[in-house]
Design a protein around this ligand. Structure first.
Ligand code: BJW
Ligand code: ZN
Length: 264
């Protein structure tokens, strides 16, 4: 049987389906992933150079060469934000403008359809881009937050701001505090209630789909192990091998927007 046929059968007979998505599902919408060649960091640098924005000099405490070697792991941290909030915000502001121009693709749409026809369905996403919401998914757990939410570092007030580019970086709260992106950085806890629901859905799932994630970042990647240990059939949809490929029941080496519509 073809990949699509096998997975379609598993989908049709599963009473409970949970899905974990990562940046790869939005790749075909034109949003760069984090760690693939041509990923976020390189594009950010190119964009900054093109705009001639905020040149980094020795006087600004770090040589430009150091930035060339930075990864999201070094940038998406509370420490990086505390050191240079404007710099970190430029990265997020650029990403917001890219995401604002993107549309959900056939992979996002297929998962929204799958939710409608599955009694017990949960979509856990590591993505902060909001494309699952825009595709119509509602049983959605955003474990790494949302790029369109801003949170005050002083009073904790949260607000939504959908402007692709913010007029002032870093943005400021009414209380005078600096606002930060409402996302989860390395070393920070995931939102506890959302995370607890994600764990529950992985342990209850009969079928667990892992789509477009490198499965390198924990605790999110741990959901795959939890689902497998709890007895779920696990299917990976990813053009590349990942650390969980060896433990899944089926590795479907295909782009998400091509594969997911075929499982309905
Ligand atoms: C396609 C495709 C197509 C391409 N179709 N596929 C256990 C072991 C080791 C370390 C840890 C551990 N537990 C915790 C840690 C530490 C850390 C961690 O995981 N580090 C490792 C990297 C070493 N984790 C944390 O710090 C987490 N917090 C935490 O654990 O709290 C407890 C704690 C408190 C205090 C101290 C210590 C611990 C928080 C993690 C937060 C991650 N945040 C980010 C940024 C979010 C905001 C933002 O967007 O800017 O989340 S980092 C970044 O990585 C982002 C992503 O959600 C996340 C995962 O990336 P993803 O989505 O997998 O993307 P890629 O680029 O990696 O992969 C894309 C994939 O798509 C590839 O496989 C492609 O092949 C594929 N693809 N095209 C389908 N068309
Ligand atoms: Zn405030």
């Amino acid at each position: 049987m073809t990949s699509a046929g096998t997975i379609r059968d598993w989908v049709a007979s599963a009473h409970s389906i949970a899905v974990l998505t990562g940046a790869g599902i939005s790749a075909e919408s034109g949003i760069p992933t984090f760690r693939d060649a041509g990923g976020l960091w390189k594009n950010f640098r190119a964009e900054r150079t093109a705009r001639g924005a905020h040149q980094v000099t020795d006087e600004q405490s770090r040589p430009a060469a150091l930035y060339a070697n930075m990864t999201p792991e070094q940038l998406a941290t509370p420490q990086a934000f505390a050191r240079d909030p404007k710099f970190v915000w430029e990265w997020y502001d650029w990403r917001r403008s890219v995401i604002a121009q993107a549309e959900p693709n056939a992979g996002h749409m297929a998962l929204a359809q799958l939710e409608k026809r599955t009694a017990d369905f949960t979509l856990v996403t590591q993505n902060v881009d909001g494309l699952h919401d825009r595709a119509g998914s509602t049983r959605l757990l955003k474990v790494h937050g949302d790029i369109w939410t801003l949170r005050c570092t002083l009073c904790g007030r949260e607000r939504q701001d959908l402007r692709p580019n913010l007029p002032e970086l870093p943005p400021q709260c009414h209380c005078g505090g600096i606002e930060r992106p409402g996302v989860v950085w390395f070393g920070e806890n995931l939102p506890p209630e959302i995370w607890s629901q994600a764990e529950q859905s992985a342990s209850a799932a009969g079928l667990f789909l892992v789509v477009g994630t490198s499965a390198l970042v924990y605790p999110a990647a741990g959901l795959v192990h939890l689902a497998k240990a709890s007895g779920a059939k696990v299917v990976e949809v990813n053009p590349a091998e990942t650390p969980v490929s060896g433990m899944v029941d089926f590795s479907w080496r295909a782009p998400a927007a091509e594969a997911l519509p075929q499982i309905l």
